[in-house]
Design a protein around this ligand. Sequence first.
Ligand SMILES: O=C(CO)[C@H](O)[C@H](O)COP(=O)(O)O
Length: 220
Amino acid sequence: MSSKLIAPSVLAADFANLQRDIEMVNNSEADWFHIDIMDGVFVPNISFGMPVLQAIAKHAKKTIDVHLMIVDPDRYIKTFANLGSDILTVHYEACTHLHRTLQAIKAEGMKAGVALNPHTNINVLEDTINDIDLVCIMSVNPGFGGQSFIENTYDKVKKLKALIKQKGASTKIEIDGGVTNKNAKALTDAGADVLVAGSYVFKSDNQIETIKGLKAIANS
Ligand SMILES: O=C(CO)[C@H](O)[C@H](O)COP(=O)(O)O
């Protein structure tokens, strides 16, 4: 069984000390950087944009996993590839032609991800799952860090895992929102491969140890 991955969400970092926090992730057991881009339209918040991602990418030594919470993401696929994104995740709810969007992401040399809001059923991915490298199941409503984990996420993970198996796909399952040491094991037991953790990591007193502990629990 492949190792479960931890992706600290930079949304919860100290933006006045961003380089310090990026170096912390570089020096930790974390696997990916999770970067949330919000446009104030698809979600009721604006996070940060291209110049900040460019600054992060300059220092990041691990996979850069970009989560676009924006309308009409096709407009920016090339831009995010040029900025150094390794994985580009778009929202199912924000795409009119999801299959075309996935092809466009791959054509730029990135892995293609699809995020699902809490209200969106796994079934909507039945016809595209073999084209998707990563499904990001939102375990909070997107837009803000620090929210409470939605409990029916476990059922969604199991349902998605079954779909991936049934279709013979190699898609990874990522969970985003409210992840802590309390739910990590149940999530990976249900089939999650990647745990995004923002507040739990960056608001802790010893971030390196928190990441190490979360990774150990996820892989226990
Ligand atoms: O996508 C997000 C918000 O839309 C964040 O990545 C997510 O909320 C992680 O933050 P936290 O671990 O604090 O819940």
